[in-house]
Design a protein around this ligand. Sequence first.
Ligand code: HEM
Length: 248
Amino acid sequence: MMIAAMKDELECDQEEDKELQSPTMKLRRKDVTEQDIISTAVVILVAGFDTTGSTLSFLFYALAMNPDIQEKLQSEIDEAIQGSSGSEGKLAFAEIQEIEYLEKVILETLRRYPPVGVSFRECTEDYTFPGTQVKIRRGTEIQIPVLGIHMDERYFPEPERFDPERFTKEAKAARHPMAFMAFSHGPRMCLGMRFAMLEMKVAVVNVLRDYSVRACAETPTKVTWKPDAVTSTSLEPLLVKFEKRVKN
Ligand code: HEM
């Protein structure tokens, strides 16, 4: 579609598509260049696949290192599957959303191992931090240390510890609303957050219903961040062992 748009060949069969051709729109189809298409494709791959893929790697690594948390999650998943109305134990959208512990484990993974470790913003107006002389001038680029905030013990005591209970309703309400920023905040926050959460939940349910993850000789005891990575990456591969579950 983007290539067709660049060549101005895109057919309009929908009402909303026609609106795109409105003379009041600043961007005309001809303005779509090859550079725009390549940049958009890279953003789709990095924003849509790399983030969820690396979160799942960190999640299975964290479960291998915390067998008690894995066991609790598996028993909640098993319970949801047993109580499910769907055929062959397939879970419906609402049933997946009801597995509260699953959401907590994913959010704690994103807290401990946020794929986007730093967010960039440009200051749009002069700002002085209340009660200080610290000023940020309009036009200054700000780098927000997401990983640093997630590992700040003022917001997350014992930050090294993997603890899904940090994401109970009560714990979330007691914390500064900006303390968790894996999906960023404000008008340019992650566009795919809800989709990403659902996608990861489906993946975790489908793996853990049949397999358990175990640490093995090759599993690193802690994650060391690769310093030159765009999205957070472990320096060492996060190798774990998958064991087929034996169910009664
Ligand atoms: C674990 C999964 C994900 C995480 C942690 C994540 C995180 C983020 C963050 C932090 C930003 C804001 C970057 C900034 O501060 O400038 C962002 C933006 C974005 N994300 Fe995600 N993301 C995830 C998955 C996805 C998925 C699955 C999609 C698409 C289906 C997606 C689409 C986007 C897009 C299009 C933007 C740019 C929004 C804009 O600039 O207005 N993300 N994401």
